[in-house]
Design a protein around this ligand. Structure first.
Ligand SMILES: C[S@@+](CC[C@H](N)C(=O)[O-])C[C@H]1O[C@@H](n2cnc3c(N)ncnc32)[C@H](O)[C@@H]1O
Length: 278
């Protein structure tokens, strides 16, 4: 038998060189094993674990040692204070994407019906968060991956939101419409970028990460085609890499978008470029 405090200590040592968040990882995996909140670990540090719980916990720690991201081990990830189901078919939600939500909530008028679409919805975090925060929105979302759409649909139900989902290669299968807001966090990592072989990215779907033309090919297609689907004064908002601000602004300008600007995340990095229908 071992106490909560002891197994956490052992697990932190085991993860030490494999994770830069060993303490947090160990706590999250123990909470997952015990189906408890983190406050429980603090309240009962001397509680003895059942052998089956201990065995299960150390099995998860070994999986984490091999690099598998925590969200793929637990099947969950929090985003904008909501819980989302996560599988290997979808990108793991990033805190960076909360910037997209912040800007949308500033721009989307309250209490009026607005048509909006999230392109490349993945687990559904952007569409579902906006639909939950602004119940008057007519929310649509698409992805080219059927498996990702299955996850997004589960998350929409779980978070009590109503969303029209489409399997679509960007706009190819979207019925003719005029949207007030088109939002997207598309794949934007250049092919052969060395980061694709590191950390969590090794385990995520390549189709959610990489794009041709130095990571800009999908952004170009979306920015070009979105002009046919935007309502007058409608906004296109695109999340991109911190080093792509200039190129993405150039793409928006080449397609004659108005009021083009880029928003910065909390670490001061450019992350979301947006502009209005030309
Ligand atoms: C960077 S992930 C973003 C996922 C989610 N929106 C998020 O922010 O966590 C990009 C998503 O675009 C989807 N995607 C890639 N190519 C696509 C295409 N041609 N048409 C539609 N969706 C596509 C991927 O399947 C993936 O779910």
């Amino acid at each position: 038998m071992s106490s909560i405090k002891e197994v956490l200590n052992d697990a932190e040592h085991m993860l030490g060189t494999h994770s830069d968040s060993a303490t947090l990882d160990a706590e999250v995996l123990l909470c997952f094993t015990l189906s408890k909140q983190r406050s429980y670990l603090r309240t009962w540090p001397d509680l003895e674990l059942l052998n089956e719980h201990k065995a299960h916990f150390f099995k998860l720690i070994q999986t984490r040692q091999k690099g598998l991201p925590i969200a793929y081990i637990t099947g969950h990830k929090e985003f904008w204070s909501r819980d989302f189901i996560i599988t290997h078919d979808v990108l793991i939600p990033r805190p960076d994407t909360e910037l997209m939500i912040e800007i949308c909530l500033q721009l989307i008028p309250n209490n009026t019906t607005q048509q909006i679409i999230d392109l490349g919805t993945g687990s559904g975090i952007i569409a579902i968060t906006l639909a939950a925060e602004r119940p008057h929105l007519q929310m649509n979302a698409c992805d080219s991956s059927l498996a990702a759409l299955d996850v997004a649909k589960l998350n929409a139900d779980k978070n009590n939101t109503l969303i029209n989902f489409y399997q679509s290669n960007w706009f190819s299968n979207i019925p003719p419409s005029k949207f007030n807001f088109i939002v997207s966090n598309p794949p934007y990592i250049a092919e052969h970028d060395e980061h694709l072989l590191q950390g969590d990215l090794r385990f995520e779907p390549l189709s959610a990460l990489q794009a041709k033309a130095q990571g800009l090919s999908d952004i170009k297609i979306i920015t070009d085609t979105a002009r046919d689907y935007l309502a007058p004064e409608g906004y296109l908002l695109i999340e991109h890499g911190f080093d792509q601000q200039q190129s993405v602004q150039q793409i928006f300008n080449d397609f004659h978008y108005k009021t083009v600007q880029t928003a910065y995340d909390l670490s001061g990095l450019p992350r979301v470029t947006y502009g209005q229908c030309p």
